[in-house]
Design a protein around this ligand. Structure first.
Ligand code: ZN
Length: 140
């Protein structure tokens, strides 16, 4: 990997990290504001309560997802240090920077991904074919 690419990918990952970290911060803040607001309410019925807690569950799941993304960005940065980030898992070629910007954790280059998806598609079809063979036959 040449130095320019490494620098580009590093900047890209660091920016991504900051974006996601900001989103997490915002979500936590709005969560907290809501909690503060709610403590001010004197009357709350059960339905309202469970509605709020369902929304909180979704928010927590989102926050969890974002933290996972942060972990993955950190891992990617670690791999970048070792010089293994951004290479295709199948053919070992460098994954284009454009692709990595869209999908920072893409394991494969575009070509390999397409081959992989085509193979998955084929094996699914094989699966159906097998199924059809053991299905009931009325014509014999
Ligand atoms: Zn590849």
């Amino acid at each position: 990997m040449d130095a320019a690419r490494r620098r580009e990918l590093h900047t890209m990952l660091v920016e991504r990290r900051r974006e996601v970290a900001d989103e997490v911060k915002d979500m936590m803040r709005s969560n907290r504001d809501e909690n503060t607001q709610r403590r001010g309410d004197k009357v709350r019925d059960f339905a309202e309560d469970s509605e709020v807690s369902a929304r909180e569950d979704v928010e927590l799941a989102l926050i969890q997802m974002k933290s996972d993304t942060l972990t993955r960005v950190d891992q990617a940065l670690g791999r970048l240090d070792q010089g293994t980030y951004g290479n295709c898992f199948e053919c070992g070629d460098e994954i284009s920077e454009k692709r990595l910007r869209a999908l920072p954790f893409a394991p494969r280059c575009k070509d390999c991904q397409e081959t992989h998806e085509a193979e998955e598609q084929r094996s699914k079809q094989r699966g159906f074919g097998l199924f059809a063979d053991v299905g009931p036959r009325f014509d014999s």
